[in-house]
Write a protein that binds this ligand. Sequence first.
Ligand SMILES: [Zn+2]
Length: 113
Amino acid sequence: MIRSRIEWIQSLKLKAIAWLAAIVLASITTIAIAGMPWVPVVGVALAAAAVSVSKLTLRLAGPVCLSCGHDLASEPASDQGIACPACGSIRSAGLLELRGRANPEDPHDDAAA
Ligand SMILES: [Zn+2]
């Protein structure tokens, strides 16, 4: 089966690469054309890269479908993983879900509640 639509995780990677390329180009342009010293420009560029990539990948902290980006927090998990109701793909249970199954009475685990 040929997929004509780009998967959500691939588009997230492309967005992160585009942001990093734009930040690098802006930094090089600022240093070369405006004649700014390179140390503060590189510092600001590193901070901007960290913030932009962190904001892009914020949704990956929770259970989310890697094919379409649908939130899987309320979906039941089976032994094979979590089935996405939007696109039908299966996401394997993460380490937090596996830890919750090993210790169902763990008070720090939100997935078991
Ligand atoms: Zn999905």
